[in-house]
Design a protein around this ligand. Structure first.
Ligand SMILES: Cc1ncc(COP(=O)(O)OP(=O)(O)O)c(N)n1
Ligand SMILES: Cc1nc(C(=O)O)sc1CCOP(=O)(O)O
Ligand SMILES: [Mg+2]
Length: 216
C-alpha cells in the first residue's frame, strides 16, 4: 500500500480517546470497519506513562501487524523505533524533520502537521511523506489546536503546486463533514473522536469509507 492509499481512512487514537471500549477492542473494531492507517497518540492528563504506554503500544502494534494496517507513532521517535513502527508523525513543535529523518531512516514514513501553505511546502521540502492539514473544523479533542483552517486550505495547497502530494485532513471531522474534506482534494480523513468515541467503531469506520466511495 502506498502512502496516498493508506491515508484514505486514518484512525488516530490513544487510551484517553476510547469512550466506549478499551483501546484494543476499539482498534480491532475500527480495523474490521475498514480503517487503512493507524496512529498511536497517547496524550492528555490521563495518558498512560512509560511501561504502561509502551505495553499498550505493543498491543496495538501487534493488532495492526496481524491485519496489515500500517502503524504510526505520534511524537515519540524512540518509541516508534522500539515498536518497529511503519512511521512517525510530528508537529511543528516536535523537532527538526531533518533530524527525525536521520533517526528513522528512509524506510519509515514521516508525517508532518501543517496549518498554512508555507508550512505545507516546507514540510515537503524537509522530506515529509505526507502532511496533515488542520484543523478542518472546531475540535474538542486537542486542547492546543491551531485556529480552524477549514477544507479551503487543502484546496489552496493543491492549487499551489502540491497537486499529487499525499494530504490528509484532520480536526473535527465527522460523518456529516467528511465529504467536504474529500471534495477539497484530500487523499483521506484523519479521525479521533468520531470513531474511537462511537458506540460502534466498526460501523463508524465503515460509514466513513462509504462516503469516500460514493462522493468522489
Ligand atoms: C495526521 C495528523 N495530523 C496532525 C496531527 C497533529 O500533530 P501535532 O500538531 O504535533 O499535535 P499532537 O497530535 O502531537 O498533539 C496528528 N497527530 N496527526
Ligand atoms: C490531533 C489533532 N491534530 C489536529 C490538527 O489540526 O493538527 S486537530 C486534532 C484532533 C482531532 O480529533 P477529532 O477528530 O476528535 O476532532
Ligand atoms: Mg505532535
Amino acid at each position: 500500500m502506498n502512502v496516498s492509499e493508506a491515508l484514505k481512512l486514518y484512525l488516530v487514537m490513544g487510551s484517553t480517546n476510547c469512550r466506549v471500549f478499551d483501546p484494543e477492542k476499539t482498534l480491532a473494531e475500527a480495523i474490521e470497519g475498514g480503517i487503512t492507517l493507524f496512529q498511536f497518540r497517547e496524550k492528555g492528563n490521563e495518558a498512560l506513562k512509560e511501561n504502561d504506554c509502551l505495553y499498550l503500544g505493543q498491543n496495538l502494534r501487534q493488532l495492526c501487524k496481524k491485519n496489515k494496517i500500517p502503524f504510526i507513532v505520534n511524537d515519540d521517535i524512540e518509541m516508534a523505533l522500539e515498536l518497529h513502527a511503519d512511521g512517525v508523525h510530528i508537529g511543528q513543535d516536535d523537532g527538526d524533520p531533518y533530524r527525525t529523518r536521520k533517526q528513522i531512516g528512509e524506510n519509515m514514513w514521516m508525517g508532518v502537521s501543517t496549518h498554512s501553505i508555507t508550512e505545507a511546502h516546507k514540510a515537503v521540502k524537509d522530506g515529509a511523506d505526507y502532511i496533515g492539514v488542520g484543523p478542518m473544523f472546531p475540535t474538542k479533542t486537542k486542547e492546543d489546536a491551531h485556529q480552524v483552517v477549514g477544507p479551503d486550505l487543502i484546496k489552496t495547497i493543491r492549487r499551489s503546486g502540491l497537486d499529487q502530494f499525499p494530504i490528509v485532513g484532520i480536526g473535527g471531522i465527522t460523518l456529516d463533514r467528511a465529504n467536504l474534506v474529500y471534495e477539497a482534494g484530500a487523499n483521506g480523513v484523519a479521525v479521533i473522536s468520531a470513531i474511537s468515541g462511537a458506540e460502534s467503531p466498526k460501523q463508524a469506520a465503515a460509514e466513513f469509507l462509504s462516503i469516500k466511495a460514493t462522493k468522489i
